[in-house]
Design a binder for this molecule. Structure first.
Ligand SMILES: [Zn+2]
Length: 276
């Protein structure tokens, strides 16, 4: 299943990699009491009160088929039980791994970097042989310190340097005309979003700025995955406020496909998610 949305001269398409199992929201949002979920339960949790998410990427292509093919995030990657379907799902959209010119990493958590490299006889090889991987310098600097080492980073991001495929991003940088990174630090030290501005329309691919649709209203709710909750909250409030005021289209990778592309609207003073 996939969903596409046009922003001016660009088409953005969701590409699922993995459908992980449901999780108990009290373990993911540990500071939020169960009853606080009640107003959101009917649409933010499943019938069993569990949080259902997806690990997916976004593909950005120009509508005239010119310009770079950009993939935002690379899923959780090949797993022992062969769950990761990113490459199959890209193929179904007519995109081969060698066609991808740029892979933007919103942040260096395992569910966003998994397909960057694959291993043959213990040696890393690029999955996307012609792509540069745009990784925020803040994340790179953080995880290359021994105290913050993370096997997912060591397996899937660190090898990019020796393979000649790493581009470190420092702040806002232009990827293609109208497409740029914007720093949204907090979820990780170098968490970044991708802004698409074309023909008067704006879209933003938000990485892990929020994980559950309830956070569009409850913008101070943070999952245990946030590295610095003060910073992640400030970014969430700023970006969702801008998205609402300027009528941006928001692409939220961890919401279920079908409702993961939407607008932030003001519903009688309450910031609310409205799928497109
Ligand atoms: Zn994530």
């Amino acid at each position: 299943m996939t969903q596409s949305q046009t922003i001016g001269n660009y088409e953005i398409t969701t590409v699922i990699d993995t459908l992980p199992g449901p999780r108990d929201p009290s373990q993911v949002f540990q500071s939020i009491p169960a009853e606080a979920w009640d107003p959101y339960r009917s649409f933010a949790l499943d019938a069993d009160g569990m949080w259902v998410t997806e690990f997916k990427s976004h593909l950005i292509r120009s509508t005239n088929k010119e310009g770079p093919i950009i993939l935002v995030d690379s899923g959780s990657g090949p797993t022992d039980d062969d769950q990761g379907k990113l490459l199959d799902n890209l193929n179904a959209l007519g995109v081969q791994a060698a066609d991808v010119d740029v892979v933007v990493t919103t942040h260096c958590h395992g569910d966003h970097i998994g397909w960057n490299v694959s291993y043959k006889d213990g040696k890393p090889e690029l999955t996307f042989p012609n792509a540069k991987h745009w990784v925020a310098k803040n994340d790179w600097d953080h995880h290359t310190q021994e105290a913050n080492s993370d096997p997912a980073f060591d397996n899937s991001v660190k090898p990019l340097e020796d393979l000649g495929a790493l581009k470190l991003v420092d702040g806002a940088e232009t990827i293609a005309p109208g497409i740029s990174t914007i720093p949204m630090n907090g979820h990780t030290p170098g968490h970044q979003n991708v802004l698409i501005e074309s023909e008067g329309s704006t879209g933003v691919i938000i990485g892990d700025l929020f994980h559950n649709v309830a956070q569009v209203t409850e913008q101070t709710w943070c999952p245990v995955f946030d590295w610095n909750t003060d910073m992640s909250t400030e970014c969430r409030q700023n970006l969702l406020g801008r998205a609402m005021n300027e009528q941006w289209i928001v692409f939220a990778g961890h919401l279920p496909t079908g409702s993961s592309i939407g607008r932030v609207i003001d519903d009688n003073g309450t910031s609310t998610w409205q799928p497109v």
